[in-house]
Design a protein around this ligand. Sequence first.
Ligand code: NAD
Length: 275
Amino acid sequence: MIQMKNTDKKIAIVSNYKQHSQELGQELMQKLRQEGFILTLKNPDIVISVGGDGMLLSAFHRFERQLDKVRFIGVHTGHLGFYTDYQSFELDELVENLKMDRGARVSYPILGVRVALENGDVYHMKALNESTFKRSDRTMVADVFINKVHFERFRGDGISISTPTGSTAYNKSLGGAVLHPSIEALQIAEMASLNNNIYRTLGSPIIVPKKDKIEIIPTRTDRHTITIDNRTYTHKNIEKVEYQIDHHKIHFVATPRHTSFWNRVKDAFIGDIEE
Ligand code: NAD
């Protein structure tokens, strides 16, 4: 564990466009400055996102080249979020916890995405929740390989590949399982696959272990859409998309408010049930 004084810690605060989040970000900045923390967007040690899960996703992408060094904290200004530990009225508690912070972190796997185009261009991206692959205008037809095994020819709306922390997001709406983030695995979930006596896919979500590579090769190279969390990319000439657990992880500050995964799942989807 790293021994750090407040004055050694560089903190970046990023807020969404909403007025409440902006004001809260300013208030937090003042409180942290008073305690001797350095506020900077350049090479921070800690990134605090103020908003919701969407803002934490944006903060992740803003600092995705510095993942090994940065630890994240989420403050939510709306309803309870999945990546957000503090509510807007808990800023003082957040500052106190940061004063006691000694560098402890909680780390979760992320998704590495490699997109190869027919012209030889290659793009590498990272996703915190998931990446989806769809044909833009018509039914997608694509061959799915898992570790070089031609697993199936998919026909349907598209395919989602999610991380364990993303398993509670889009993946869950697609009927995927909720996966504890200590399990380093990816999940493939189908989006409205065609299944009849001509077309056949497995039809159930698939959990793929660390190191296994998923490859999706469209049979046609017209316009396809790739989403990476809250971003969308469209290409005309995709040759292949590869998915694998990334070498990097996302790190969160392990403050006492960092609740257990099962608490988050319960709070988000079940709540308190009157007996
Ligand atoms: P957003 O910020 O409005 O997020 C959409 C909803 O997803 C919010 O309620 C947010 O709290 C929730 N969410 C985000 N990450 C989550 C997670 N890991 N676990 C549980 N809930 C989570 O919209 P956005 O900024 O465009 O966010 C993009 C995310 O929205 C995508 O990564 C995808 O997972 C999700 N999404 C879901 C659906 C769906 O469920 N049908 C469709 C599209 C996108």
